[in-house]
Design a protein around this ligand. Sequence first.
Ligand code: GTP
Ligand code: MG
Length: 191
Amino acid sequence: MLIRSVELYKTVFEPGEYPEPKEREIAFAGRSNVGKSTLLNTIFRRELAHISSKPGKTRSVNFYLVNSKYFFVDLPGYGYAKASHQEIKRWQSLITDYFKSRPNLNLVVLLLDSRHNLQKKDIEMLQWLQYYSIPFVAVLTKSDKLSGNQLTKMVNNFKKELESWGSPPIIPVSAKTRKGISELLNVILGS
Ligand code: GTP
Ligand code: MG
């Protein structure tokens, strides 16, 4: 899949304020700071999404229109320890409402930090994906921070952990080296 054009189409802060669906929609989900916005910038080859070394940067649901027909959606991260109770509630209603409302959402790219095993919050997200029957692909981010051997070990760990979640494709990626980016785009296109 070649990215010919991309624009930030809509930024949504409240449940229900979504744009009309396009041909297909792919959402990027994962813990705060895992690298969702960075991955989108890497895919787009443009600094469209705001990123930060501090967790909790993306607070809205951001719709990027790709090639005039796909939405790539940057979701606010979950599991941000310092978020207030109110902020967590807002996040939950935004995300659950989003999952319920998008008829053309046919793939979630679930980002997991390649250096850590599945966390409690990731399992909650897996339960949601299962509940809403949304297919997903697991992307292991920041793979440049691991040696080849360490990465192989982590990929095998994730393979085992994700067996009970339908054995999705697992793709290690890096925004630094662009590792895995074209593979991910092929999976998105083939889905
Ligand atoms: P929220 O918006 O808070 O949910 O976070 P996010 O998942 O969008 O993370 P973001 O893209 O803002 O990146 C968080 C931090 O991780 C930034 O400091 C990035 O530079 C860093 N980062 C992201 N991807 C990579 C990567 O592939 N390699 C390395 N070394 N750092 C990365
Ligand atoms: Mg972000």
